[in-house]
Design a protein around this ligand. Structure first.
Ligand code: ADP
Ligand code: MG
Length: 150
């Protein structure tokens, strides 16, 4: 079996560019996609997710799920029914992630799941996920590195 991974790097110069890039990027996603968003606080993970939601046709405003851990949005398409936005920043144990039902959600082919702070997944890290790293280069510049194993 041929196994390779592709890496792509994008520099954005402001918030709108990050959201616009995410909106376009949403078109590469199909049902069952899991996106792991790595990066420090303020690096742009939630901003990216807002653009992604817009690109998927979600009109509701996407707010950071930090205090709720997970917010779910409904889509009007045949293939993808739900968009889950998860922020694991506040979770302490893998058991809490299991209790949240996240391992099952990530296997569902009619959902798209975005996870901020995926480091917290530990052994529950899914295979075949998109991995995106956000790096703050300067006040308004961000480097987004995208990797997908296939
Ligand atoms: P995270 O979810 O990674 O903690 P947020 O998306 O909540 O980050 O916050 C990013 C912050 O950085 C926002 O205040 C946003 O306005 C600001 N910002 C400045 N430049 C950019 C950029 N190029 N891309 C994304 N956000 C940016
Ligand atoms: Mg965030």
């Amino acid at each position: 079996m041929v196994h390779f991974s592709q890496t792509r790097e994008v520099i954005t110069k402001n918030l709108v560019e990050t959201q616009q890039f995410a909106e376009d990027f949403a078109q590469s996603l199909t049902g069952g996609a899991v996106l792991l968003l790595y990066g420090d606080l303020g690096a742009g993970k939630t901003s990216f997710t807002q653009g992604l939601a817009k690109g998927l046709g979600i009109e509701k405003r996407v707010l950071s799920p930090t205090f709720l851990i997970m917010r779910t949005y409904t889509l009007n398409t045949e293939e993808v029914k739900y968009f889950h936005h998860v922020d694991l920043y506040r979770l302490q144990t893998e058991q809490e992630i299991i209790d949240l039902g996240l391992p099952e959600l990530m296997k569902n082919s009619s959902t798209i799941t975005v996870i901020e702070w995926p480091e917290k997944l530990g052994n529950l890290l899914p295979k075949n996920a998109w991995k995106l790293s956000f790096e703050t280069q300067s006040e308004y510049e961000r480097k987004i590195t995208i990797q997908h194993d296939n």
